[in-house]
Design a protein around this ligand. Structure first.
Ligand code: DAT
Ligand code: MG
Length: 150
């Protein structure tokens, strides 16, 4: 089972899309093993986006993610990384496929609604950055699992 860190970004929370976004991951069969509302501080934001530190958009990206509360989730599932990123859609919302979250609700790259980890390794790292082990219900028995996972 893979784990991915999902962030419902400030614009999505402010626009009242949190429930809609959770619904799409839940409907897909991904299992929520951690979830909380939080305001990200600058230190955590810079750590999360460290790979982009040298990019011209880094400062704006950090300001955006710390600007208002976010909902963070840890989702678990077979192929969770690829499945979640397909549900999220392309980085630039105006180019994202209709049916994806970004394709249905977004236009601009700087307001692209949701984050999802891009590899199994980064999923593990990002989940550990945002959640303590005590905050995760790892391995909880979801009765429907046998109808979702073969
Ligand atoms: P993704 O969020 O699809 O994984 P990414 O990891 O390449 O995309 O970039 C992280 C975020 O940084 C992205 O969600 C929006 C912002 N970003 C990326 N490229 C950008 C660009 N060229 N101009 C402005 N913001 C950008
Ligand atoms: Mg990324």
């Amino acid at each position: 089972m893979e784990r991915t860190l999902i962030i419902v970004k400030p614009d999505a929370v402010q626009r009242g899309l949190t429930g809609e976004i959770i619904k799409r991951f839940e409907g897909r069969g991904l299992k929520i093993i951690g979830m909380k509302l939080m305001q990200v501080d600058r230190e955590l934001a810079e750590k999360h986006y460290d790979v982009h530190r040298e990019r011209p958009f880094f400062a704006g990206l950090v300001e955006y993610i710390i600007s208002a509360p976010v909902v963070v989730m840890t989702l678990e599932g077979s192929d969770a990384i690829v499945a979640a990123r397909a549900t999220i859609g392309a980085t630039t919302p105006s180019e994202a496929a209709p049916g994806s979250i970004r394709g249905d609700f977004g236009l601009e790259i700087g307001r692209n609604l949701v984050h999802g980890s891009d590899s199994v390794e980064n999923g593990e790292i990002e989940v550990a950055n945002f959640f303590s082990e005590a905050e995760l219900c790892g391995g909880w028995a979801r009765d429907v699992d046998r109808w979702v996972f073969e």
